[in-house]
Design a protein around this ligand. Structure first.
Ligand code: NAD
Ligand code: ZN
Length: 336
């Protein structure tokens, strides 16, 4: 089958022929229809330090997908050939204390689809049946293909009660943009979104921001709006430092962004302002999925975050537009 492979330890990805995955008795084989590019895929494409120490070569990557089931293992009971599905890309151990106490999103033995095991930028992908998510018929393929990052945004945004609150979202990348829309949808009063990219701030405006700030031109310290809740979705050290400095006493901060290097924090602010910090990793299994599907089925308007569509043969253009950051979510279509 065709797959997008990291076949050499250097920048780039290559379309190559690899074997179709064989499935264990508890697994499902999915024929991939639509995929999307995640920031993680971009790290792997660019072959940064994180990718170099994390990704075994050769391996085909990708974890944002929708497709249809073509084969089920003999122990799989509730999934049928032909069903339209996506999947949770974090495969957890089932045996550790967190897994056995309903907190498998905190499993220390998590294996990542398209990171530690062959991924979904391929004609076929395999997953354990427990990770398969059936797609309700009213949800289009392109939205189902971005369940994974939308789940990150749902997990982050719903970490604290936003109704009637002023929320600061640093970073208007795809996850920040979707969190903006969720914050608006659930009833936040003010939604202040910062970025350094005008294209993305314009999208944030479209997706429910009440105020946008380009921190290249307007220092955050001079922004007058107070906020009690912040969602850190930039992975930028300066963004986190200023956000902690400016948040109200008793403020709550959910941290999704991953910082490329060590970040020094003014702990006096955290302690004397009584701040509450919560790290976010992936999606709660499967509470986040349940809430995400409910939000979509009740009308959460998430489609403006999808800005570019390419056929998989044009994947280079997809990665180039991702690298430019003048985009929201970028779709790679395997069929049309
Ligand atoms: P992204 O890199 O596309 O978006 C980050 C945005 O932050 C960009 O638009 C960038 O211009 C902006 N930015 C840069 N400096 C800034 C500053 N000083 N102030 C405000 N904004 C600034 O990424 P994404 O896909 O939206 O993901 C957001 C972050 O979450 C990334 O760091 C990513 O690695 C991380 N992530 C974490 C998890 C997890 O499980 N914790 C999962 C997925 C992604
Ligand atoms: Zn576990």
């Amino acid at each position: 089958m065709k797959a997008l492979v990291k076949s050499k330890p250097e920048p780039g990805l290559w379309m190559e022929d690899v074997p179709v995955p064989t499935i264990d008795p508890h697994e499902v084989l999915v024929e991939v229809d639509v995929t999307a590019i995640c920031g993680t895929d971009l790290h792997i494409y660019n072959w940064d330090k994180w990718a170099q120490k994390t990704i075994p070569v050769p391996m085909h990557i990708g974890h944002e997908f929708v497709g249809h089931v073509v084969e089920v293992g003999k122990d799989v009971k509730n999934i049928k050939v032909g069903e339209r599905v996506s999947g949770e890309g974090h495969i957890t151990c089932d045996y550790c204390k967190n897994c056995r106490t309903g907190k498998s999103h905190l499993c220390a033995h998590t294996v990542g689809l398209g990171v530690n095991r062959p991924g979904a930028f391929a004609e076929y992908v395999s997953l354990p049946a427990k990770n398969i998510i059936k797609v309700p018929k009213e949800i289009p393929d392109e939205i189902a293909a971005i369940f994974d990052p939308l789940g990150n945004s749902v997990h982050t945004a719903l970490s604290f009660d936003l109704i009637g609150e002023s929320v600061f979202i640093s970073g208007a990348g795809p996850t920040g943009l979707m969190s903006t829309q969720i914050a608006k949808y659930v009833g936040a009063k003010n939604i202040i979104v910062s970025d350094v990219n005008e294209y993305r701030l314009a999208l944030a405006d479209k997706m429910g921001a009440t105020h946008t700030v380009n921190v290249l031109h307007t220092p955050l310290d001079s922004v007058e709006h107070e906020y009690d809740i912040a969602l850190e979705m930039s992975g930028n050290a300066y963004a986190l430092q200023t956000l902690i400095k400016n948040i109200s006493h008793g403020g709550k901060i959910a941290l999704l962004g991953i910082f490329p290097e060590h970040v020094s924090i003014d702990w006096d602010n955290v302690i004397f302002k009584g701040l509450h910090l919560k790290g976010i990793y992936g999606r709660e299994m499967f509470t986040t999925w349940h809430k995400m599907l409910a939000l979509l089925q009740s009308g959460l308007p998430i489609s403006p975050v999808i800005t570019h569509h390419y056929h998989i043969d044009e994947f280079q253009s997809g990665f180039e537009i991702m690298n430019s950051r003048n985009c929201g979510k970028v779709i790679l279509n395997w069929k049309k």
